[in-house]
Design a protein around this ligand. Structure first.
Ligand code: HEM
Ligand code: SF4
Ligand code: SF4
Length: 394
């Protein structure tokens, strides 16, 4: 072995194999094929120069679909020929990210045959991400994936891959079947998912309760968040047990309730459910004693997005309550109207949230045929610049 070979080729990245957290550098080295070696080489160069080495953009895909593959080319292909093409495939994950090991082995086999062997489990939207392959391998990968029962996820100005919290599969607080709704939406909008029809992207996320474990309120144009209409289910004996076990119910539950609608006299917990805003705090603290009510459903919220262009938005309330059994039909009806309006009036690359800001909530509600509701706002406007509509015939 000569000196050159003995010297590490990736001294900066090697630093990241130290320390307790699982090292992505170790993972890439383990994958140990020529593509991964070139990827490490290019990454080391990026670490040295403190800049990316992927060319701008890239348009590749599979026949029949307008999205699902993110094309990427190295800007130093002569140095790292194995990553000259390094496209990403988004593969639609199962609702709630539940896998059998057989399903995962199938995915691994396919990706070992056609790609770099590197993945991202998962992309932030939810997809299984296959990291790095050549244009020629796209159709063969797609063929094997679909034969194994997997389809691509979304990218571009389309319905992106919907995702959900584990919901009823694992969680006592789920107020509707998030996994079913997520899958139903995915199936219902296959066309809108695979062939981008919109001014910009559109994301669905389904959370079973207001804890919002998929962060739907911040990362979905359409956020579905489980809630209930009646009283919190309460087991007084279990409350007493919590108190006996040392929980300071007055301080840690009642005084942290945002609406101060709870009272504890040392023996009995009383909840004024009419004032409860379903924040989940008391239920989170005493899961054995308290539960969401029995009349379950969800709140539908609209508009969240990252900062570009007009600033980051959280979703805001569109429909305060939809019973669980009516969720799918209501959502279908609602998004058909939202999409019609957005398609007609949305500017190129304008998210739904920005369209609503531009035309105003009143016009938006009018267009999709909903009445304004006090639950849609946190406070009435603080300025007097109010538009009035002329009545017919005036
Ligand atoms: C046809 C003539 C005019 C039109 C159509 C007009 C229109 C407007 C409009 C739409 C606004 C914004 C109101 C809002 O914030 O909602 C405004 C604000 C204002 N205009 Fe005019 N304007 C006219 C003439 C003038 C003239 C001649 C002056 C002064 C010599 C003037 C001084 C102002 C001032 C100071 C404001 C700001 C008020 C504030 O502090 O919000 N405008 N104008
Ligand atoms: S969002 Fe609610 S229902 Fe879903 S996993 Fe989290 S706590 Fe459970
Ligand atoms: S869910 Fe929140 S608002 Fe409702 S009673 Fe419990 S702590 Fe108070």
């Amino acid at each position: 072995m000569d000196n050159d070979e003995k010297k590490s080729k990736t001294p900066l990245l090697d630093e990241l194999e130290k320390g307790p957290w699982p090292s992505f550098v170790t993972e890439i080295k383990k994958t140990n094929n020529e593509t991964c070696q070139d990827l490490l080489g290019q990454l080391e160069l990026s670490y040295e120069e403190r800049k990316g080495h992927w060319k701008h953009g890239g348009l590749v895909g599979v026949m029949g679909y307008g999205g699902g593959v993110i094309g990427r080319y190295s800007d130093v292909p002569e140095k790292f020929p194995k990553v000259a093409h390094f496209h990403t495939l988004r593969v639609n994950h199962p609702s709630g990210w539940f896998y059998t090991s057989q399903a995962l082995r199938t995915l691994c086999d396919i990706w070992e045959r056609h790609g770099s062997g590197l993945t991202n489990m998962h992309g932030s939207t939810g997809d299984i991400v296959f990291l790095g392959t050549k244009t020629d391998e796209l159709e063969p990968t797609f063929k094997e994936l679909t034969e194994a029962g997997f389809d691509l996820g979304g990218s571009g100005s389309c319905v992106r891959t919907p995702s959900c919290c584990v919901g009823e599969a694992r969680c006592e607080w789920a107020c509707y079947d998030t996994m079913k709704l997520c899958n139903d939406l995915t199936q219902a909008y296959q066309d809108e998912l695979h062939r981008p029809p919109f001014p910009y992207k559109f994301k669905f996320k389904c959370a079973g309760c207001p804890n919002d474990c998929v962060a739907s309120i911040a990362r979905a144009d359409l956020s579905v968040i489980g809630t209930w209409k009646d009283q919190i289910q309460q087991d007084d004996a279990a409350v007493t047990e919590y108190a006996a076990a040392g929980l300071d119910i007055q301080k840690d539950v009642c005084e942290r309730c945002p609406t101060r609608c709870m009272a504890w006299d040392g023996k009995k917990l009383t909840i004024d459910n009419g004032e409860c805003v379903r924040c989940m705090h008391c239920i989170n603290v005493m899961p054995k004693a308290l539960r969401p009510g029995k009349e379950k459903g969800a709140t539908i919220l609209i508009g969240s997005k990252a900062p570009i262009v007009q600033g980051a938005l959280l979703s805001s309330v569109l429909v305060p309550f939809v019973p669980a059994a009516e969720l799918l039909d209501t959502l279908k009806e609602l998004v058909s109207r939202v999409w019609e309006f957005w398609d007609e009036y949305g500017k190129n690359r304008e998210r739904v949230g920005e369209l609503i800001q531009r035309v105003g909530m009143a016009n938006f509600l009018d267009a999709i045929g909903l009445d304004p509701d006090p639950a849609m706002i946190s406070a009435p406007r603080d300025n007097p610049y109010i538009f009035f509509q002329k009545k017919e015939g005036e």
